[in-house]
Write a protein that binds this ligand. Structure first.
Ligand SMILES: Cc1cc2nc3c(=O)[nH]c(=O)nc-3n(C[C@H](O)[C@H](O)[C@H](O)COP(=O)(O)OP(=O)(O)OC[C@H]3O[C@@H](n4cnc5c(N)ncnc54)[C@H](O)[C@@H]3O)c2cc1C
Length: 390
């Protein structure tokens, strides 16, 4: 099969990129190993994605935002960061007007479903579910990029876009090195109903030997996130509903009163990744295949959306000028722009995680100081707020 662009991975990044090229006139093939049902009606996976204002705008432009059921979109008006038993917290509140919220919480499966709906009848796009890529070549000068499917079929394209997640096999097949850091901890995520109102405030609580988060949903509901060593997270996830409700009520020290479990639980082993290059030959990496963030700062998909938009803008400009969409200059511009956007957030998030999960006394004293000083410094809150609302 020959085409202009082949995309490996029909997750939110791959789907968004396909849609971004809607008016390009390019022949696009999107390969996804999961079956059609997983694309068309993805199941609830426990991820409540915090979207920034910038991401909302991109999803609107892609025709996906309007396809998300309104009752599944929850405003986040404030966020609070707490350390152990310290009385100090770092508080972020929204401004006024358009920015009367820091962002929105939307379940990941709704984002995926909306993006699938947006692309499913797109002219020029051939979406192939059940297609697993097992090998790839990025194509030296002149030659096309190639991917090999487990069925033995080969797809050739001018541009290969890799969006098959943080443990990307395609990235590996292309010989692109990456830092892959398993953290030995897992995140258990589950929806809870609670007695007291959350005030549309997200909570991040770096407690001793555990990290807790509450993500405010509509009504007295929240996404509860519990980060523990892998074995302990699996043990807690195996509790029955009533025991898990009691356990979470106790861990959150009744901040929102009694908690009742209302969804399946999902456990995500934490692994961060950073690809040493985002482009190679005729190939470009987007989404988690380029940078796999720690979820604590809720930037993974936001960066993925921004990255695909950047790549699409470069490709569309090349097409408008009648140029090859995978010219080295075109891909290099994407790479340098996206690396500059990701690097500070990736490094900053990793530092934050290290500081806030280190149980040794100096680190505990240090984070206490960080929260005290952060709460008092005039530029911290406006900077974070601006980052979220842009
Ligand atoms: C608990 C949790 C909470 C999070 N919260 C947030 C948040 O609040 N805000 C935020 O911005 N981000 C958040 N994230 C991150 C966000 O979920 C990811 O950044 C996003 O899902 C990445 O999308 P993707 O399309 O790159 O990869 P994926 O969603 O992993 O999709 C990759 C796709 O590629 C397919 N695939 C894989 N291998 C192959 C192959 N060989 N051949 C064909 N297809 C293949 C897979 O089936 C899959 O459909 C969170 C993540 C977790 C785990």
């Amino acid at each position: 099969m020959d085409c202009d662009v082949v995309i490996v991975g029909g997750g939110p990044a791959g789907l968004a990129f396909a849609r971004s090229l809607e008016d390009s006139g390019l022949r696009i093939v999107l390969l996804e190993r999961a079956p059609l049902a997983a694309l068309a009606t993805p199941r609830f996976d426990g991820r409540e994605i915090a979207l920034t204002h910038g991401s909302k705008r991109i999803l609107e432009q892609l025709g996906a935002w309007a396809r998300i059921p309104a009752e599944e979109i929850a405003p986040m008006r404030a966020a609070k960061v707490v350390n152990g038993d310290s009385p100090f917290s770092l508080n972020f509140t929204a401004g006024e007007g358009e920015a009367d919220r820091l962002g929105w919480l939307v379940p990941n499966h709704r984002i995926r479903a909306a993006l699938y709906e947006a692309v499913k009848d797109q002219p020029g796009l051939c979406l192939v579910p059940g297609a697993e890529v097992v090998h790839a070549r990025s194509g030296a000068t002149g030659a096309r990029a190639e991917v090999l499917l487990s069925s033995g079929e080969v797809v050739r394209a001018k541009l290969l876009v890799v969006a098959d997640s943080r443990l990307s096999k395609t990235r590996e097949a292309l010989g692109i090195d990456a830092d892959v850091n398993p953290l030995g901890r897992s995140m258990m995520v589950v929806r809870v109903r609670h007695e007291l109102p959350h005030g549309a405030t997200a909570l991040e609580w770096f407690d001793h030997r555990q990290t807790l988060a509450l993500l405010p949903l509509n009504g007295n509901m929240a996404g509860a996130v519990l980060t523990l060593p892998e074995e302990a997270a699996r043990r807690v996830a195996a509790f029955d509903d009533a025991s898990l409700g009691r356990d979470l009520t106790r861990r959150f020290r009744q901040r929102l009163g009694r908690m009742e479990v209302v969804s399946d639980r999902n456990v995500y082993p934490l692994v961060t990744t950073w690809a040493h290059q985002f482009v190679s030959g005729r190939a470009a990496l987007i989404g988690d295949a380029a940078v796999g963030m720690h979820p604590v700062t809720a930037h993974g998909f936001n960066l993925g959306l921004g990255g695909q938009a950047l790549l699409a803008a470069e490709v569309l400009e090349a097409v408008r000028r009648g140029m090859d969409p995978a010219l080295p200059a075109v891909l290099r511009r994407f790479e340098s722009g996206h690396r500059a956007a990701c690097k500070p957030l990736y490094t900053g998030t990793n530092l934050l995680v290290r500081l806030f999960t280190d149980e040794r006394l100096p680190a505990r004293a240090m984070r206490h100081a960080v929260l005290r000083l952060g709460a008092g410094l005039p530029f911290v809150r406006p900077t974070v707020r601006a980052m979220l609302t842009h």
